[in-house]
Design a protein around this ligand. Structure first.
Ligand SMILES: NC(=O)c1ccc[n+]([C@@H]2O[C@H](COP(=O)([O-])OP(=O)(O)OC[C@H]3O[C@@H](n4cnc5c(N)ncnc54)[C@H](OP(=O)(O)O)[C@@H]3O)[C@@H](O)[C@H]2O)c1
Length: 249
């Protein structure tokens, strides 16, 4: 299937490593020019050089912190200057797992607020900054990267992924009529540069029996970013290889 992505322009937040980098790579392989943003400039520049050499596409590194509305709007302005437009936003920047992983007595409100600031309000800031430009073009795709912790109690940080379900549907509700589809992808435990070889090859209790690779999240995002995904709006796509046995209707 031709995803009809060639020539489109994207922003991938947290695109310097991990799932964000893998997603930027898959988009670039489909012919998309990509702005990647993150806070650490050296890592970001290195990723841009690598992805651009691999794909032959424009990969533009822009340092930004998604916890600051000013930083986000500056990044989007520069992305528009560099690429000439924005068709796709992949909201991904956040600490995997989050900061509040322990029992209640050892958990701090400031850490939970920081998780929400980065992952929920950070995604909101980026969506708010790109939406006027997508609306003006009458087309756009916003893909939020959540996490399957949304569906399993265990860590307080998991609640940020549940909040993204609401954010995604509300954005879809408000933007869908302007040709902008908004969807949420929930990865499960995913292989990135940080995963040890031992963990990556260990059998996992999901339906496919192994961890999903970051590139495989990138394939899902590339489809949702494409014009072929119009029928899917405001939805949650679990991308953990079939975690758990709950039946969602
Ligand atoms: N890996 C998994 O198993 C897994 C499972 C479920 C969900 N997820 C979700 O998938 C997303 C990516 O996870 P990952 O494993 O790829 O994480 P990662 O390897 O730690 O990468 C996170 C990226 O986000 C950037 N970032 C973090 N905070 C930022 C901020 N405030 N402003 C701008 N950039 C920021 C980081 O760069 P800087 O630090 O330089 O800013 C980096 O580029 C996260 O939303 C995570 O919760 C991951």
């Amino acid at each position: 299937m031709d995803l009809q992505l060639s020539g489109k322009k994207a922003i991938v937040t947290g695109g310097s490593v991990g799932i964000g980098k893998a997603t930027a790579r898959e988009l670039a392989k489909e012919g998309v020019d990509v702005v990647i943003c993150a806070r650490r400039e050296d890592v970001l520049k290195q990723a841009a050089e690598e992805l651009s050499a691999e794909s032959g596409r424009r990969i533009v590194p822009i340092v930004a912190d998604t916890t600051s509305a000013e930083s986000v709007s500056g990044m989007v302005r520069r992305a528009l200057d560099e690429l000439g437009g924005i068709d796709i936003l992949v909201n991904n920047a956040a600490a995997p797992g989050g900061l509040v992983l322990g029992p209640l007595d050892e958990s701090e409100d400031v850490d939970l607020l920081s998780d929400i600031d980065t992952k929920v309000v950070g995604y909101f800031r980026c969506a708010k900054a790109v939406a006027p430009h997508m609306r003006a073009r009458g087309w756009g795709r916003i893909i939020n990267i959540g996490g399957l912790a949304a569906r399993n109690a265990g860590t307080f940080s998991g609640l940020r992924n549940a909040a993204l379900v609401h954010l995604t549907k509300t954005l879809s509700n408000q933007l869908g009529a302007h040709g902008i589809n908004v969807n949420l992808v929930h990865p499960g435990a995913t292989i990135t540069e940080r995963t040890s070889a031992e963990a990556a090859s260990a059998p996992l209790g999901n339906d496919i029996g192994r961890m999903v690779d970051a590139a495989e999240i990138g394939y899902v995002v590339a489809f949702l970013a494409s014009p072929k995904s119009t029928a899917i709006a405001g939805e949650v796509v679990a991308a953990g290889g079939g975690v758990g046995s709950a039946v969602y209707q």
